[in-house]
Design a binder for this molecule. Structure first.
Ligand SMILES: C[S@@+](CC[C@H](N)C(=O)[O-])C[C@H]1O[C@@H](n2cnc3c(N)ncnc32)[C@H](O)[C@@H]1O
Length: 215
């Protein structure tokens, strides 16, 4: 299910991900919306290296970080505060049928589910584990920002410092594309992301770019 990107599955590339994808105002948005439910039980689907997962746990939420990429989970579990989180290797299918309050999918995890049936199955699995009235909060790229115009070596090349002090040059290069479409009502629209919050009802049916790094 989904796309298995090397950047989440290789220890060295995961270190680069952490250096490139630092805390942003989208994370502030997620923290504030989850915070509307005090001490929420939160499955963070596609938690990656746990940037937001750990922050939510630190804010007093009962967080479960779920991701299919072992190397990303290993990095998350090595971070301070990791013992406060339940970590699960897998996808939404791996989530226990529990009374979770708020599910999160941050940094456009939703857009890793390219096929309609994968997205539908993920929504069904999240629906299964959320309490009635629970929420799913997720974001997606905003097409109006036309970010893909900067997904080339010229605009994206930069040097980042990894946690061990080594310097790595990174850039983005589009090598293929797939045609996908979708749309959701947005609650808040920062420049590059569109964040949405869905509520789960009682009776209703739940409903390529390549990054490169060289050191
Ligand atoms: C861009 S990263 C976002 C990571 C993290 N949420 C963050 O804010 O940094 C996308 C994550 O989605 C995960 N992923 C890919 N396919 C998935 C799937 N089918 N179910 C859950 N997670 C998936 C990847 O392994 C990766 O960790």
């Amino acid at each position: 299910m989904g796309v298995w990107h090397g950047e989440f599955r290789h220890r060295r590339l995961v270190e680069v991900y952490d250096a490139v994808c630092v805390w942003s105002r989208e994370d502030d948005f997620f923290v504030s919306v989850v915070g509307e439910t005090p001490a929420a039980r939160v499955p963070d689907l596609g938690c990656g290296t746990g940037r937001l997962t750990l922050a939510l746990a630190g804010a007093g939420h009962a967080d479960t970080g779920v991701d299919p990429a072992r190397a990303s989970l290993d990095a998350a579990q090595a971070k301070p505060g990791a013992e406060r989180v339940t970590w699960l290797e897998g996808t939404a299918r791996s989530l226990p049928t529990t009374d979770f309050d708020v599910a999160t999918m941050t940094a456009h995890v939703a857009q890793f589910l390219l096929a309609d049936e994968d997205w539908r199955a993920t929504l069904h699995d999240l629906y299964r584990c959320l309490v009635p009235g629970g929420r799913l909060i997720f974001d997606s790229r905003d097409p109006h920002a036309r970010e893909w115009e900067r997904w080339n070596p010229h605009h994206s090349r930069r040097t980042v410092e990894l946690a061990d002090g080594s310097m790595v040059e990174t850039w983005v290069d589009v090598t293929s594309s797939a045609s996908t479409a979708g749309g959701v009502a947005s609650r808040s629209v920062p420049e590059t992301a569109s964040c949405s919050s869905l509520r789960v009802g009682h009776a209703s049916e739940a409903p390529g770019r390549r990054e490169q790094a060289a050191s």
